[in-house]
Design a protein around this ligand. Structure first.
Ligand code: UDP
Ligand code: MG
Length: 310
């Protein structure tokens, strides 16, 4: 009998959890002859009644385990906690809002049981029901990310994954503070089978990701999985030096031929602004890496547990 751990990060999901539990419970009963289940809910500092909903569930069903954080640490921290605490031979990560259909679990399980793959991952091929502007920037992010990073980050990949114990252990090994799972999954490698499906809208409640939060998360991705932006500042520096050199020659010729020492102050002002801007931009890039390094060397815990039932 194989054991499957279902890891569910929850932040303000009091409406969605009952639907989710019902769904996943149905699926688990169809598989009960082949495997046993463990449902591991991570309450990521919810401000609503999520914790009580989880407590009640755990009273009814002994397979329901929960960990409750002392505050909101973010989905990345919740997923890490879940993977760390999961005890199954296989571990799956699912969102609580049913955007990750539990009905895929049986076929994912079968695929891994055959032994060829170490992981079944999902990606959505459409972004239906999402604001156009958000889709545009999401696509742009994946383009830039894959251009500047050696780690493969798949466009539209969800965090919904079904993994072997071996792969989970590899992910837990990566205990960095600035976590970007989409990159970490790619980094650890292993043979992954991709399932594609259309975007499904959440069953209840609303999304926790504002545009601003996603933007910051994308910067996390860039700095965590590429150091190319640092190279960019070097290249820009070299280019500007070259441009300046040409301009010096132009100015010298100009002075000797036309003898006009005052003209051109406007262009000079533009150049000063332009170069100043680029300098700040590059300092900003370096600052990003420095800040991440600063947070990393502090070795602060990724999450703090306040309450748990196991
Ligand atoms: N989530 C979390 N902590 C957070 C934000 C989100 O644990 O700080 C959980 C949330 O409860 C859900 C999953 O992460 O189960 C995905 O969040 P959401 O559905 O809001 O994101 P979207 O699907 O809109 O990208
Ligand atoms: Mg969702």
């Amino acid at each position: 009998m194989k054991k499957i751990s279902i890891v569910v990060p929850c932040y303000n999901e009091q409406e969605a959890i009952p639907y989710f539990y019902e769904e996943v419970q149905k699926v688990s009963s169809t598989m009960s002859d082949k495997c046993e289940f463990e449902f591991l809910f991570i309450n990521d500092g919810s401000k609503d009644d999520t914790l009580n909903v989880l407590k009640n569930l755990s009273k009814e069903d002994s397979r329901v385990k929960y960990i409750s954080f002392s505050r909101n640490f973010g989905k990345e921290a919740a997923m890490y906690a879940g993977l760390k605490e999961a005890t199954g031979d296989y571990v799956a990560i699912l969102d609580a809002d049913l955007q990750d259909p539990p009905s895929l679990l049986p076929s994912m399980f079968e695929t891994l049981e055959e032994g060829e793959y170490d992981c079944v991952a999902t990606r959505r091929v459409t972004r239906k029901g999402e604001p156009k502007i958000r889709s545009f920037f999401a696509r742009l992010f994946y383009k830039i990310m894959n251009a500047i990073s050696n780690t493969d980050v798949v466009d539209g990949a969800r965090d919904f994954r079904f993994m072997t114990r071996q792969m989970v252990n590899a992910i837990i090994e990566i205990s960095e503070y600035n976590r970007f799972s989409k990159g970490i999954f790619g980094f650890v490698g292993f043979k992954t089978k991709w399932l594609e499906y259309e975007n499904i809208e959440r069953v209840a409640g609303k999304t926790k990701w504002s545009f601003w939060k996603l933007f910051l998360y994308s910067l996390e991705g860039f700095t965590a999985f590429s150091t190319k932006p640092l190279v960019l500042s070097t290249i820009m520096g070299i280019l500007l030096c070259f441009v300046a050199f040409i301009m010096v020659i132009v100015i010298i010729c100009n002075t000797f031929i036309f003898g006009n020492p005052v003209g051109g102050w406007l262009s000079l002002a533009c150049i000063i602004l332009f170069v100043g801007g680029i300098q700040l931009f590059c300092t900003g890039i370096i600052g990003q890496y420095l800040a991440k390094t600063y947070l990393e060397v502090k070795h602060r815990p990724i999450y703090i547990v306040k309450e748990r039932n196991f």
